[in-house]
Write a protein that binds this ligand. Structure first.
Ligand SMILES: [Zn+2]
Length: 264
């Protein structure tokens, strides 16, 4: 995009410009970087005096920052402008999407490209197996999240249901129907009528954990409880079920905040 900030009117009221000269953006020059254990994604913060601070999760690859800042140059410019016109004020913050969506369970990693246009609407399209494009009003974070979540649910139907059918066949078990949902608190469930629901966020988890959840829910088609008989059946299909069940407690940390993970 043609989004460098050269030529921006110097901010009024003594607010220092974020960008000076060519080569924008330069770490340590145009903006400061702060690592935060609590940050789940990159956050751009325009501080009261018009300086840009970039907050990154621990261990985030800083080489990716120039592209991220450049991608959001328009938003930064506007936020600085608004602040200057008010003579300072409160901090403006913008949560940046992770530059990629990593569906560990199915071995897919897709880059997310934001293509801001003058459109009032927003569109999500997938290019091949490794690229997602959000085109249009990319500044509308809520709309971006909604589209990404809808895409995620579609991926769930595409990958998780055939996988469940396959697992059931392999184990000699059956279920009536399966559905993909976006539950906040459950990875999966099984109704008394034999309907298995799987959480689309399972796609972010390591493969073996997803296998375990499938075995667990399939065993619920026989026992709708967590009785000893139920666990015996689980153990017969997944001998290391105790380790896997314990690891599920950490499962949420694989889920990015836009999809309902921690830090949301
Ligand atoms: Zn259960």
């Amino acid at each position: 995009m043609s989004g460098d900030l050269n030529g921006t009117e110097p901010a009024r009221g003594g607010v220092p410009p974020i960008v000076e000269g060519k080569g924008f953006p330069q770490p340590g020059g145009g903006y400061s970087v702060r690592e935060s254990t609590r940050a789940k994604r990159v956050i751009l913060r325009v501080l009261p005096h018009g300086r840009l601070e970039v907050v990154v999760p621990n261990g985030f690859d800083r080489d990716k920052l120039p592209a991220i800042v450049l991608e959001h140059a328009q938003w930064i410019e506007k936020a600085v402008g608004r602040m200057a016109s008010r003579g300072g004020g409160s901090t403006a913050a913008f949560s940046v999407f992770p530059p990629e969506v990593h569906l560990r369970a199915v071995g897919l990693c897709l880059g997310v490209r934001l293509i801001p246009t003058g459109d009032r609407t927003l569109r999500l399209s997938q290019r091949g197996e490794d690229q997602l494009e959000l085109t249009g009003k990319c500044t509308d974070t809520g709309a971006c999240i909604l589209l990404l979540r809808r895409w995620l649910r579609h991926q769930g139907r595409l990958h998780l249901i055939p996988w469940l059918e396959n697992t059931a066949g392999r184990l000699g078990m059956s279920f009536r129907t399966a559905q993909i949902r976006s539950q906040k608190t459950r990875w999966g469930s099984c109704s008394s009528r034999g309907t298995i629901s799987l959480n689309d966020c399972l796609l972010f988890l390591p493969r073996e954990l997803v296998c375990y959840i499938m075995v667990h829910e399939l065993c619920h088609t026989r026992y709708l409880n967590h009785s000893q008989s139920f666990w015996r059946l689980v153990a017969s299909h997944a001998p290391d079920f105790q380790v896997l069940d314990a690891r599920m407690k950490e499962g949420r940390r694989f889920v990015p905040s836009w999809a309902g993970g921690e830090g949301k």
